[in-house]
Design a protein. Structure first.
Length: 83
């Protein structure tokens, strides 16, 4: 999602504080798993394919829910009420 938001693997890797090559390999692995390209790559950056846009749109709420669950679990681990 960071690559989609930033339009660049370089800028996304900087935002995520990971190596660009690590991010690129992770995206390529994800593309192999889902059986299609998420991004068109060029010297100017990345643009989403039609399938990529659909994938990212579907992934956003899942990631938001995972972040919410992680926050709840951290709070529960510190004795705070869940919710």
């Amino acid at each position: 999602m960071a690559a989609a938001d930033h339009g660049s693997l370089y800028r996304a890797s900087r935002a995520l504080d990971v190596e660009q090559s690590t991010l690129s390999r992770a995206i390529l692995k994800l593309e192999r798993v889902i059986g299609g390209r998420i991004f068109n790559r060029s010297q100017a950056g990345v643009t989403m394919t039609l399938a990529g846009a659909q994938f990212i749109r579907a992934a956003r709420p899942m990631v938001a829910n995972a972040e919410k669950m992680a926050t709840m679990m951290r709070a529960a681990g510190q004795g705070a009420p869940a919710g």
